[in-house]
Design a protein. Structure first.
Length: 148
């Protein structure tokens, strides 16, 4: 079940009308859309051209992440042109998506890999939640065979 903040943020993502082939929802988005947790923001990996376009739009603020990378923020929606930590092919992430409720998300297995790389306490708690979800839904073998 999605809370009001989550529903509002997902609705706002739809209202942006981003070109489907130029963005993917990452971060905890794949968990949020499945009702596995609530969110305070939505992380969206976008193409360079979308990033440049939104950098100049009113209401979007350029911020710096701890590693020095720039991202754009507008009331809980964050646009990223690169993804980390870890080595990622951003174009492939945007191309290889799961469409859920009309929005493109990174596959849950890819999000799980990223959470393990991050290794923060909140990420490790999310890893446990996702692994339990996958086991309950007989999907865990999809993840167990991947080498992280």
């Amino acid at each position: 079940m999605q809370g009001n903040r989550t529903k509002t943020l997902l609705a706002r993502v739809k209202e942006l009308r981003l070109p489907t082939e130029q963005y993917v929802i990452f971060g905890s988005g794949p968990m949020v859309v499945r009702g596995l947790r609530e969110c305070k923001d939505i992380d969206i990996l976008v193409s360079e051209s979308v990033f440049r376009e939104y950098r100049d739009k009113p209401g979007w603020t350029t911020k710096k992440f701890g590693d020095g990378s720039d991202y754009l923020e507008n009331d809980g929606i964050e646009l990223w042109a690169e993804w980390g930590p870890g080595e990622w092919n951003e174009a492939a992430l945007i191309r290889e998506v799961e469409i859920i409720d009309g929005l493109p998300f990174v596959p849950l297995e890819m999000m799980l890999k990223w959470k393990k790389i991050c290794g923060r306490p909140k990420d490790l708690a999310d890893v446990k939640t996702v692994e339990e979800y996958l086991k309950r839904n007989n999907l865990f073998e999809l993840v167990e065979t991947e080498s992280f």
